[in-house]
Design a protein around this ligand. Structure first.
Ligand code: HPA
Length: 273
């Protein structure tokens, strides 16, 4: 097991020394959802390319910026761009945003992502609140990351995703008259999209939405005792559900279309936090 405090000592001290405040909520903005950063007051931005040891994003739509921001009197930490295993990075690098939030004493996080709809009731443009997730493909990596969990670490998973945050998110959706569906997020390793046969497998075993991120961030955040929620934006029907061939541009295009709804929801969540 790698000692993250040791590995990222310099990076964390650099982030801490430029932090204008301790954030009360961190948000990781998924594929095509990064524009939310334009809707809040940015107090300070760190470009991750200036942080030694911070992995470089290799994907279009993932900008590599960490923003300290304010909205509705709340102090926020926004990650515009995330790091994926399929980019060739290790699990230690992929959970860096969560680790940074933790080291800044932030104890609430909302993880957002773009996902394929497996459940036939999910359509492109839908926003989904994750009720549970499947990270079976990641068990080995996660064991390497958190090792033999402490009693406290184990207990934290009982409230995963956070019940409090889920209630708050549903209240925000209701107030904004945004329909939010609920379901199970299923992690796949990528790097390619799934095959129709894989999607049939996922569907049979209870997956509602499919994507290549987030689960390791959620597990690590839960382990650290951070209240965690996941919101997915359905950007496409999963492979085999339609005749369309999936592409990253379809994912970002739909995410762009749904941006406005997504932003209204996140703003309301922050207001009532
Ligand atoms: N599969 C995996 N990841 C995704 C998808 C998908 O269909 N859509 C957006 N991210």
């Amino acid at each position: 097991m790698i000692d993250l405090n040791f590995k990222y000592k310099n990076l964390i001290s650099e982030v801490k020394s430029s932090a204008p405040f301790e954030p009360e909520l961190a948000i990781i903005l998924g594929s095509g959802l990064g524009n939310f950063a334009k809707r809040v007051d940015i107090i300070k931005t760190i470009s991750t390319s200036n942080l030694l040891d911070y992995p470089k994003s290799t994907i279009q739509g993932h900008e590599g910026k960490i923003h300290f921001a304010e909205y509705s009197g709340k102090k926020l930490l926004l990650f515009q761009g995330r790091i994926h295993l399929y980019e060739g990075y290790s699990i230690y690098q992929c959970i860096l945003p969560v680790f940074i939030a933790f080291k800044l004493n932030c104890r609430k996080i909302i993880l957002t992502n773009a996902a394929g709809g497996v459940n036939p009731n999910f359509h492109p443009g839908d926003l989904i609140l994750t009720t549970s997730f499947n990270g079976i493909m990641l068990k080995k990596e996660l064991t390497n990351l958190i090792g033999i969990s402490s009693e406290k670490g184990k207990k934290n998973f009982v409230n995963m995703p956070s019940q409090n945050l889920s209630i708050l998110i549903k209240q925000a959706a209701e107030a904004e008259k945004i329909e939010m569906k609920e379901g199970v997020y299923w992690y796949t390793k990528g790097p390619s999209y799934e095959t129709p046969a894989e999607i049939r497998f996922i569907s049979k075993f209870g997956g509602d939405a499919v994507g290549m991120s987030t689960v390791h961030e959620a597990v690590f955040a839960g382990y650290l005792g951070i209240e965690t929620s996941i919101i997915s934006c359905i950007t496409n029907y999963a492979a085999g559900l339609t005749k369309n061939k999936l592409s990253h541009s379809e994912v970002t295009e739909t995410a762009n279309l749904v941006q406005h709804k997504f932003e209204r929801l996140i703003k309301k969540i922050i207001e009532i936090l």
